[in-house]
Design a protein around this ligand. Structure first.
Ligand SMILES: *Cc1c(COP(=O)(O)O)cnc(C)c1O
Length: 343
């Protein structure tokens, strides 16, 4: 399988938001182009799409709620926590995706932060210790953004069992790359909600579509909060086509895997520490040079992420591992920066 890469990149090569650098599947564009005029004029019916999602995620009917991007799913979890206890605590495990803090703050919840462990592994004992009678929400991310590290399934189970009064949102934005999901836990662990997005591996970031997966009784209070038509018809039509084209995602996941290997090899050659990643990105510790490195690449119109402000990521940059040809271009620029950097 091969697909042509984008012919032009206005604004340069974007390797800072973990987007799909190849774009969406051609089948998605074809589906959007065949839309009917009434597709736009009629309020959308999501029943067919939800059923297709349930088959896609291999869950029983009633287990999927589609959302306007996973971000909406992260927000609605905080809103549900607020409704269950106005002065709730929500646990965030650093280094964490910034949206968790934003969602908690948006509803006036109190954030309980678990600091990063040396090596950035999942601090299971500290997470368990952070749980209190006020805890109503725990945000976990597997594989974690920005470290790329996995959370052992046993640890998710322990957290869920230790906090029966809380919901445990497992953000699986990168599950297509890791090949692992906590979905099999959902039957027994009813306080676990899995969050997925079609923004990353499927390349639908601008169309905004994600999903929450949980037992129907767990989803009930969440469904009451969501607006009835928050997923627009373009996203719905795109999602149907994207899920049907598994070959495209398989191809892209393999590109990302090869790109990660190229980034690791470059780091090893230069004695630069990195975290082996299960996502489509790699966290690299370039030390004091992090900001200068990001700026040097930006001059060459290659955008990577400065993570120096994230707890546990001092001195780190995060590079999206997309198409192999894009990664090679980025590493060539990294090589130039490395050769000319001041010591
Ligand atoms: C990108 C990302 C999301 C957001 O997904 P959207 O569907 O674009 O809202 C959520 N969680 C993590 C960890 C992400 O990296």
């Amino acid at each position: 399988m091969n697909y042509t890469s984008p012919s032009s990149r206005p604004g340069g090569l974007r390797l800072h938001l973990n987007e799909n650098t190849a774009g969406c599947s051609p089948a998605v564009l074809a589906a959007l182009q065949s839309m009917q005029r009434t597709s736009a004029s009629e309020y959308p019916d999501y029943a067919w799409l939800t059923e297709q999602c349930e088959r896609y995620f291999r869950v029983d009917p009633g287990f999927v709620q589609i959302t306007n991007g996973l971000d909406e799913g992260l927000h609605v979890m905080a809103q549900a926590a607020k409704l269950s206890r106005p002065d709730f605590d929500a646990i965030v495990v650093e280094p964490a995706f910034e949206m968790y803090a934003a969602c908690i703050a948006a509803v006036g919840g109190r954030q309980v932060t678990v600091p990063p462990m040396a090596g950035l592994g999942f601090p299971i004992e500290a997470v368990i210790a952070a749980i209190s009678h006020r805890t109503r929400l725990i945000y976990l991310c597997d594989p974690n953004n920005p470290s790329g590290l996995a959370i052992p399934r046993e640890h998710v189970r322990r957290v869920a069992d230790a906090a029966p009064q809380a919901m445990v949102l497992v953000d699986e934005a990168y599950a297509d790359f890791s090949g692992r999901t906590m979905v099999p836990l959902l039957d027994r662990h009813r306080n676990v909600v899995v969050g997925r997005t079609f923004a990353k591996a499927h390349g639908l970031a601008a169309l905004r579509v994600g999903a929450l997966i949980a037992h129907p009784s767990t989803l009930m209070p969440i469904r009451r909060i969501l607006p009835p038509f928050s997923v627009n018809i373009c996203a719905a039509i795109a999602l149907r086509a994207a899920m049907a084209d598994r070959a495209y995602v398989d191809w892209y996941v393999e590109e990302a895997r090869q790109s990660r290997e190229l980034i690791y090899a470059w780091c090893r050659d230069h004695g630069i520490p990195y975290w082996p990643s299960e996502g489509n990105f790699v966290l690299v510790n370039v030390g004091n040079a992090a900001k200068a490195c990001v700026e040097a690449l930006a001059v060459r119109e290659i955008h990577i992420r400065d993570k120096t402000g994230t707890p546990g990521c001092e001195g780190c940059i995060r590079i999206t591992a997309g198409l192999v040809e894009d990664t090679k271009q980025c590493l060539a620029a990294m090589e130039e920066w490395y050769a000319t950097r001041g010591n």
